[in-house]
Design a protein around this ligand. Structure first.
Ligand code: SF4
Length: 407
């Protein structure tokens, strides 16, 4: 549920802009994590007279305690908090796009966080939902111009620094936790703020209620152990999403022989039925999707394929052979196992054959079953997780987040 504390910037704050000289602006990208609290504290201490804003982009999928935490930080540090939201959860976004994201493709952080922020700060485009808390602490109404952006990125995430700096040009970016020795736990104590629930449960990030769809086996095992109901719900959502996406792809498939393609007018009817079956479920208005029979069920046998999609992937046990050209017989055996060499007539070129083990879907259902039957095979070090606010390409950067989605 969205946290509804509706405020607007009051006249007092607006008028103040006219009577004080222009102050330097600082915007803290506030993720709801303790590191971003530490970044906020750093800025307050270094620039106590300046205009400082906490900025939170809501995925509507956060842990309930995150909202308590961000409110408490805003109140106790006496900083205005601006919340922006595209109005969709990551699951709803996947349903709208008919994609199941995983750690290789995943637009939820881009569309629900980065683009919302980027559209607003760079282009002045507001998303569908905006809320303020403590706007009276805003020292001037123009809080974007020449602002420095702050991220609570620590040493362990230093590899993200370059991408973030590039992504936010022309703003200047600062990551106080990399350049300074700051202990977020000390800052929590200093303000007597309780850390967010997810940290207490042993999660390393306070993101999306521990359900990050880019997470790995170790993370999901922890989710299952600490929040079994949340894990079970996510498992069900992944299953229904997979069925929905599989049916969608099947209906619109134009790679099969023309005589086997579903005619346009039937496609439209089936797509409407598909939407009717799943929409209320993914928007939280129904406990289960309505009955929808996957059209592959009544297809000729060679097309009777219900494809699986999942958040996690794992290496297939069945290798596939592949070929590529190389000018040298030297090759990296670490990268390409079991290579076989064949020389071409052109002696400078070699056709190299190798075996690779493609990745295949590893659903939470399969994971759940393996975790019970073969717990020793679970890769506990495969944590994965959200890479929100990292670099994304210019083409995407130029797209607006004002895309509207049905609810
Ligand atoms: S935490 Fe994971 S699920 Fe949530 S927005 Fe980031 S990438 Fe997506």
């Amino acid at each position: 549920m969205i946290h509804l504390n509706k405020y607007s910037v009051n006249d007092k704050a607006k008028n103040r802009e006219e009577i004080v000289p222009l102050l330097k602006n600082h915007i803290i990208f506030f993720s709801g994590g303790r590191a971003s609290l530490a970044a906020a504290d750093f800025v307050i201490k270094k620039y106590p007279e300046d205009n400082i804003l906490l900025y939170f982009t809501d995925t509507l999928w956060e842990n309930h305690d995150t909202y308590r935490f961000i409110d408490e930080v805003s109140d106790k540090l006496q900083l205005p908090l601006l919340i922006h939201c595209a109005g969709l959860t990551p699951i709803q976004l996947m349903f709208e796009k008919k994609l199941v994201y995983n750690n290789m493709i995943g637009d939820c952080s881009k569309l629900l966080k980065m683009r919302v922020a980027s559209d607003y700060l760079k282009k002045g485009i507001k998303p569908g939902i905006e809320q303020w808390r403590n706007p009276q602490y805003l020292k001037q109404n123009n809080f974007i111009e020449n602002a420095t952006l702050y991220f609570g990125i620590g040493f362990e995430e230093m590899h993200r620094e370059k991408a973030i700096v590039k992504n936010w040009l022309p703003f200047s970016v600062n990551m106080p936790l990399i350049e300074n020795f700051i202990r977020p736990d000390d800052v929590l104590k200093q303000y007597d703020i309780r850390e967010p629930e997810l940290y207490k449960l042993g999660f390393s990030h306070n993101n999306c209620n521990g359900r990050c769809i880019k997470a790995g086996q170790g993370h999901y095992r922890h989710l299952k152990k600490t929040m079994p109901d949340t894990f079970k719900k996510l498992l069900e959502e992944e299953f229904h999403l997979s069925m929905c996406v599989s049916a969608y792809r099947y209906i619109i498939d134009d790679q099969v022989p023309e005589e086997d393609q579903i005619p346009q007018h039937v496609q439209e009817k089936l797509l409407q039925e598909l939407d009717d079956a799943y929409r209320d479920y993914f928007y939280g208005r129904a406990d289960k999707p309505n009955l929808f029979i996957h059209p592959a069920a009544s297809a000729q046998s060679e097309y009777m394929k219900i494809r699986k999609y999942s958040f996690m992937k794992k290496k297939s046990k069945t290798p596939v052979e592949f070929e590529y050209q190389t000018e040298s017989e030297e090759y990296d055996t670490d990268l390409i196992p079991d290579l076989l060499f064949e020389e071409n007539e052109d002696t400078t070129q070699h056709t190299t054959k190798g075996l690779r083990f493609p990745s295949e879907p590893y659903t939470l259902r399969d994971f759940n079953r393996d975790e019970k039957a073969k717990p020793e095979q679970i890769d506990l070090f495969d944590i994965g997780g959200c890479g929100c606010f990292v670099e994304f390409d210019e083409q995407e950067n130029n797209m607006s987040c004002n895309t509207t989605f049905g609810g």
